[in-house]
Design a protein around this ligand. Sequence first.
Ligand SMILES: Cc1cc2nc3c(=O)[nH]c(=O)nc-3n(C[C@H](O)[C@H](O)[C@H](O)COP(=O)(O)OP(=O)(O)OC[C@H]3O[C@@H](n4cnc5c(N)ncnc54)[C@H](O)[C@@H]3O)c2cc1C
Length: 375
Amino acid sequence: MTAKILVVGGGIAGLTAATALAQAGNSVDLVEQNPQLGDLGGVGLTLVGNAMAALAKIGVAEECVAHGMPADTLTMRRATGEEIVKSPLPRIGGPDWPGATGIRRSILHAILVDAARKAGVSIQCNATVDHWHDTDAGVNVAVTAGGGLHHYDLLVGADGLYSDLRKRLLPDSTPQFSGQSIWRAEAPRPHNLQTTEIYLGGRHGVVGTCPVSADLCYFYIVQADLARTRRNPAKLHEQMAAELEGYGGLIPELVRTLDRPEKVSFRPLDWIIAPRPWGRGRTILIGDAVHANPPVLAQGAAMAIEDAVVLADELRRADGQIDDALRKFVDRRFDRAAAVVHASCELARAEVEQRHDLDVLAIMRKSTMQLAEPC
Ligand SMILES: Cc1cc2nc3c(=O)[nH]c(=O)nc-3n(C[C@H](O)[C@H](O)[C@H](O)COP(=O)(O)OP(=O)(O)OC[C@H]3O[C@@H](n4cnc5c(N)ncnc54)[C@H](O)[C@@H]3O)c2cc1C
């Protein structure tokens, strides 16, 4: 049986879900509140092997590797730049996919939009859900730009960490502040930056550099920031440069590129794990709307992508029994996503509290290896 499905949100979760659902033969509409789909201001991100294995299910993993910067190692450095260890990154998504692939967010979005269009997803920007109500056989939805009520068999909320759908469905579940903020900026890739490098033990818990293409990389500071400080947007480049004073390795070369405030993104890091069942009736929430974490394990997008392909898989297996499919979807996803959120928050807390006794690399490796089990 094919279902009529509305996906709310054209981010990584929504686009992947819409594509997977349409490829399975469903009729899929997607609404995005912004005037256009695309890069939402993030510079780049890392797709760990499990993300790549899930992206392979909608046929875009090879393209992501081709447009990104694949790597099978992670380098740890002292703040001075001296190498501590070059650690292998296990291929947790299977032998075909690199341990980690850095990619520009704008490129990943473009690949996902293209896949959604090819799968036949009908995409409407400048649109959102105004209200909806359950019926015996689905859900009637008023789309802001659409006029009138439209019937769907399923409504998928993929509207991100500050989800409006979650606020209405699960009003007690709200994002929590991790105690950290993050600075990020894009720069030309130094030719000797081949893999993610993390600088430990300086004035900030973690400073990192991540290549995202042959030409570009991004660098970041994860900063303990219990006061959730507001920064002057006109001075972000100078402030980020000041925060990196004293760091060695490639950092001074990258800091020299900070010549404009628009190059820098600064934001607090919030997290959430919403309680089961992640929805009500024929409405289900996926991605950051129900689980988001500080990016220490680089697993937020990976979990969103896994949600998307698992939802499509359960609907296909259920052959029309949508309520069963939704129950099985949450059963398959909750523990895995919650484990990532809890491990990420534990590592974030350790950084805020400067717990130098913890073997951060070992915790990261253990949490990552648990994700080698297929989702
Ligand atoms: C600093 C930082 C670094 C990160 N690094 C990594 C990394 O290296 N690896 C990784 O795997 N993950 C990383 N993540 C996590 C990753 O970015 C998120 O998990 C991922 O973007 C979640 O995708 P999403 O589609 O659920 O939400 P979003 O990306 O937030 O997309 C939600 C979409 O819904 C739209 N929307 C919102 N409300 C409505 C509405 N009411 N109606 C219609 N549309 C709506 C938004 O405009 C947006 O397009 C990082 C996160 C941060 C903050």
